[in-house]
Design a protein around this ligand. Sequence first.
Ligand SMILES: NC(=O)c1ccc[n+]([C@@H]2O[C@H](COP(=O)([O-])OP(=O)(O)OC[C@H]3O[C@@H](n4cnc5c(N)ncnc54)[C@H](OP(=O)(O)O)[C@@H]3O)[C@@H](O)[C@H]2O)c1
Length: 330
Amino acid sequence: MDTLLILGGTAWLGRELARQAVASGVDVTCLARGTSGPVADGAHLIPADRSEPSVYESVRGRDWDAVIDVSWQPDHVRSALDALAADAGHWTYVSSVSVYADTTTPGANEAAALVEPMTSGLATMDEYGEAKVGCEQLVTAAMGADRSLLARAGLIGGPGDPTDRFGYWVSRFASASSEAVLVPDAPDLSTQVVDVRDLAAFLLACAGERATGPVNVVGEAVPFSDVVDMSALTAGFTGRAVRAAPQWLEEHEVQPWAGPRSLPLWLPLPEYACVGSRSDARALALGLQRRSLEATLADVLADEVARGLGRARQAGLTRVEERTLLAQLR
Ligand SMILES: NC(=O)c1ccc[n+]([C@@H]2O[C@H](COP(=O)([O-])OP(=O)(O)OC[C@H]3O[C@@H](n4cnc5c(N)ncnc54)[C@H](OP(=O)(O)O)[C@@H]3O)[C@@H](O)[C@H]2O)c1
């Protein structure tokens, strides 16, 4: 692969894709507004808003060996394909495991049923899964199934995570000192976290090899309790982890998965039994290589310390919320 166009490239995964591609000698162009951040050193930014009709004129007519699109807006994906599909050798659409209709069947693979597609318009966060399915369909229709990869990413972790989810645990243990830390008692819950660097490397290798079709790009399935325990170990935590039953947490309005007042990565069972245990067989067959959870956690801890352990977070309990809950639990 000599030339790569990233539709995006100014945010977390897109910048990592550009960084790795530049490092391997690829000529990388990123098309984005530039409001999410800078592009990787050595990549070219074409500042452009994808809601503008003529936005792709400056990148049209060049023979892109590969295009990678991270958008979840059907109108943006459609107009990019209209302008660029004819000139692209291969198209990777960064999708999500949120495309699946069923969240309960452990081990489900890429053949599982999808939610209803949303193929036009601009989606809200509530329509994320539907929009991702719609974008997948647009990509396959325009590029053909033999020139496109639908990379259904699972939960992404690693340094620089803007969602603050995966880093909550190691950060919380690192800042707790000898204080107690509130932990969901979820021994049967499985979690899959793919390191952003491994995901990017996989996507670039797939683009280079022109891999096709849908593929779940997920981390190794490990017990959620192992993620918590390894986070405590990585952080050198010597205090007490206080376990609360899922029902108790729900009754006290602690949110699962992400966002404010949440215990990140925790999910109720059996409703979400599949979210942390989707089949990774196809990704492994295509060559996905994953670093260990310990290695990701060590780098995430360093990143959390650099960003500030006491900073306001997008996900998790505040210290005040946690202290109040711990007092109620006693
Ligand atoms: N985080 C997870 O755990 C997770 C899980 C599954 C799948 N995913 C998927 O993984 C991908 C993550 O990608 P990411 O971190 O690079 O990006 P992102 O956070 O989804 O950001 C979107 C990118 O698109 C650009 N963009 C947004 N609106 C635009 C507009 N109107 N015109 C031009 N550019 C626009 C943004 O740049 P500007 O703002 O600079 O324009 C940014 O580079 C996404 O596809 C996401 O859905 C994430």
